[in-house]
Design a protein. Sequence first.
Length: 272
Amino acid sequence: MEQPKSISKWIESMSMRGHYVFTKNDLSSTFPDMSPITFQRNLTRLMAKMAIVSPWHNFYVIVPTEYKLKGIVPPVFYLDHLMRYLGCQYYVALLNAAEMYGAAHQRPQNFTVFTEGKAFHSGIKAGTEVLLFKREQLPAEFIRKFQTQTGYVNVSSPELTALDLVNAEYAVGGLTRVTTVLAELTEKIHFSSVSLGILKNFKVPVVQRLGYLLDVVLDETEKADELFALAQSSNLHFRKVALKTSKAVTDGNEVNKRWKIIVNQEIEIDEL
């Protein structure tokens, strides 16, 4: 096969064939006689023209025309390729996962990814702040694949997303925002159709808080009943816990009998 005349022409031919990511090793294999200085000069020039972006060291994304004016490439466009390059299992989580199920409300200002076993630095990647959080083991059974422009991306299931949101409420804007998102996510949540293993990934108070939010705040009795039945089948033992962990509990706080939640925060969700 004839070697391309330039990196620019090679990138153009890649995009025409539907390939939008490449690594420095790919370049070295394609242009074995090119010096490191010439490589870097070419890459710098192409990045200045917004022809390519580099969300990770030695990993490059060819920018489609529709993203060039904004100067931002959505992480879902390259995320799966990047994680395979890093040799890492992952899933899109929290508000970004909820958004993929139609629970958008307010578009997230950053992009959250949970990775397995490896800790990576969060930062601005191709124009978007990408937050990378490590989990020792990802619950693979509850991760779904979403079709994207360049392949697919791993996303937490609606049930896993709901539990993750309550567990990490501090990171997404608090329980009011979590509950507002849950209000839009509930139609996709079906705890009656998931296995008991999902609850093993969370401490019992997380289950209690989610149950209370579904049951009392959102009046989603059916969804709450499904979660309660799952908790009983998992032999979870509820003890009194505060709804808001970072807020003091007083003698005057009501205690919800079913979920054993000490109601130390009033939640009024945003209008949908």
